[in-house]
Write a protein that binds this ligand. Structure first.
Ligand code: SF4
Length: 279
């Protein structure tokens, strides 16, 4: 694959400049995340709360939670009923209240309440997957990493930088192909773009400032089919079926010689037609 196709030669500077201008985030080269790094504990717990929840609800629940339990020690000792009440705005609040308390307890037991700065150690905590761990590195510590959520995964595929089925695969490919100096601004800018222009359904390609850099945008502009996405519904099952070896039909002489074959001279009861709706 050529550099342009595999993403290693994608003009990230140009793309990030244009996105930063569109969203008014200032110069992405400035280490603004290091100046304004958030509390790593609150990034960690807030990211767990944000799973399958809208940002506005996460913000409300996080503000209520951290006013009362600002650190691992207080959260580990929290009353479960109070906890549930505080984070009720987020989806699955009962499950998440157990998850964040377990996470705080483990932080206390294994790391003296200090959130680790290491990806593997972060991922060893309960309810912490690659995206959450990478968010802590980027937003809590200003350490270059690539948190890949559904927006980053979708846009990287639409741009033609990767052809992947899962966010984990996308993260692995992007880590190989993107210069680390672009890692920190990549997530915040692509997430904003995914929420506003490159939406999951009906992306607004004509209004997109990086359309000329995007394989999907160029294809649609030229009336060609966009590149095939690997994460379309059913793509995985279709790929599995296509790769399955086809067994040849049995030789004619052995056909139907199983022990359960009914003797032709003793016909069984007539077959019933299946009723509609029965399985
Ligand atoms: S051109 Fe379209 S598909 Fe490509 S990044 Fe922009 S909005 Fe998304």
């Amino acid at each position: 694959m050529s550099g342009a196709k595999d993403g290693s030669a994608f003009p990230w500077e140009t793309a990030l400049d244009r996105l930063a201008t569109l969203y008014g985030t200032g110069d992405w080269r400035r280490p603004y995340l290091r100046d304004h790094a958030e509390d790593p504990f609150q990034v960690l717990i807030g990211t767990i709360l944000s799973q399958r929840t809208r940002d506005e609800q996460t913000d409300v629940a996080s503000a209520r939670l951290f006013r009362r339990y600002p650190d691992a020690r207080s959260l580990a000792a929290a009353d479960p009923r109070v906890l549930e009440r505080l984070i009720r705005p987020v989806g699955f609040y009962r499950t998440k209240s157990r998850a964040i308390r377990a996470c705080a307890r483990e932080l206390l037991a294994r790391f003296a309440g200090v959130v680790p700065r290491d990806l593997e150690e972060l991922e060893s905590l309960p309810s912490v997957g690659p995206k959450t761990a990478n968010c802590v590195l980027v937003f809590g510590y200003g350490i270059p990493a690539i948190p890949v959520d559904t927006h980053v995964h979708r846009i990287a595929n639409r741009l033609g930088l990767v052809r992947t089925r899962t966010p984990e695969e996308t993260e692995a490919r992007l880590r190989e192909r993107v210069d680390p100096r672009f890692w920190i601004p990549l997530n915040p800018l692509l997430v904003q773009h995914g929420q506003n222009v490159c939406r999951p359904l009906r992306p607004d390609c004509p209004a997109c400032p990086i359309r000329d850099l995007c394989a999907t945008g160029r294809a649609l502009r030229d009336g060609r089919a966009p590149p095939r996405r690997e994460d379309r519904p059913g793509a995985r099952a279709r790929a599995r079926r296509a790769s399955r070896p086809r067994s040849p039909p049995p030789p004619p002489s052995r056909r139907g010689t199983t022990s359960r074959r009914r003797s032709p001279r003793t016909p069984g009861p007539p077959r019933r037609r299946p009723r509609a709706g029965r399985r």
